[in-house]
Design a protein around this ligand. Structure first.
Ligand SMILES: NC(=O)c1ccc[n+]([C@@H]2O[C@H](COP(=O)([O-])OP(=O)(O)OC[C@H]3O[C@@H](n4cnc5c(N)ncnc54)[C@H](OP(=O)(O)O)[C@@H]3O)[C@@H](O)[C@H]2O)c1
Length: 293
């Protein structure tokens, strides 16, 4: 049994809560900004209703054994406000967010060795404040190290596919190569299908190639085939599927482009590798964000 606090119970936090709940082993606490007396998660296996302890103020936070952060990347500061209460006894913090900068993002608040970056593949949507729909299986990847393995142990007995990953850096950059392309959907306001036609496919390829070049400079092992792999992956998605950047733009929410295309530009600058298309994506999305639809 572990006492687990989930900071940010949206789509991903809700999916993780459902998985942890099905193990029947843990004491969950929801750390939210608004009261969440009950969370309903629709899963492929049926509906799960979760009623658990809920703190809505950081002043309520008490020590736990694990903290799982499932907020958006731009909410790092607010998420970290929970740590003094939750981590007073040194609880490790798992960051379940997109991008490759998990440790840097939280470096001001958690020592890097207490922080665990987590990659999640999870087809999940938040239907409302207290309803989440999980449409398929959940894949969790962490560093293949004692800390990573003890995080995955929390999910033993659930339906999560848990993958201790020897080369986590490469896995994180691989996912970023996929995610940088999403900028084109947010900019064109069109679902996946727009990537299937030229000249958009070529632009998508170049976004991936820039990201892969920067990733390699960071030490990721990414073959030249990654460009084709990512483009083929998008060709396998349903034509009308909407990625989170596009969904956020359409809904007038903040977009996570800084942790995606912005990260490629930042890391590229560090190595003297230009990433002009990712830079343009950031500039255009920044402009779009300040001129809502
Ligand atoms: N959704 C997916 O399919 C998916 C797949 C893979 C990876 N990811 C990544 O997973 C991360 C989480 O995404 P998501 O889709 O789950 O986002 P989301 O549905 O927007 O959920 C984020 C949650 O964090 C809460 N939050 C923000 N600041 C907080 C604070 N200071 N204290 C407590 N709660 C706070 C928000 O609360 P409010 O309701 O008050 O705003 C919201 O409930 C992102 O980095 C995303 O890129 C998502």
């Amino acid at each position: 049994m572990a006492r687990i606090a989930i900071v940010g119970v949206g789509a991903i936090g809700g999916a993780l809560a459902a998985l942890l709940q099905t193990t029947g082993k843990h004491e969950l606490t929801f750390c939210t900004r608004r009261p969440l007396p009950e969370l309903t998660v629709q899963t492929p296996e049926g509906e799960l209703r979760i009623q658990t302890r809920n703190w809505t103020s950081t002043a309520q936070a008490e020590p736990v054994d694990w903290v799982i952060v499932a907020t958006k990347t731009y909410d790092a500061e607010g998420s970290a406000a929970w740590f003094p209460g939750l981590c007073v006894n040194g609880a490790p913090v798992a960051i379940v967010q997109n991008g490759v900068e998990h440790r840097e993002r939280f470096a001001s608040w958690v020592r890097p060795q207490r922080l665990l970056p987590v990659i999640i593949d999870c087809p999940v949507e938040r239907k409302s404040h207290d309803q989440v729909q999980l449409r398929g299986s959940v894949l969790l990847k962490v560093e293949d190290a004692p800390f990573g393995r003890s995080f995955l142990d929390l999910f033993a007995g659930s339906a999560a596919q848990c993958v201790p990953t020897e080369d986590f850096l490469s896995a994180a950059w691989w996912k970023l190569c996929v995610n940088v392309v999403g900028a084109l959907n947010a900019l064109t306001l069109q679902p996946v299908k727009v990537l299937w036609q030229e000249p958009m496919t070529s632009v998508a390829r170049s976004l991936v190639a820039e990201c892969a070049a920067v990733g390699r400079a960071e030490g990721a092992n990414l073959s030249d085939a990654i460009v084709d792999e990512v483009i083929n992956l998008y060709r396998c998605h349903p034509a009308d599927s909407v990625n989170s950047l596009l969904a956020d733009r359409l809904a007038g929410r903040r977009m996570e482009y800084d942790a995606r295309n912005g990260a490629v530009v930042r890391k590229g600058q560090k190595h003297g590798i230009p990433a002009p298309l990712n830079q343009m994506a950031v500039a255009l999305l920044e402009n779009a964000a300040s001129n809502p639809l």
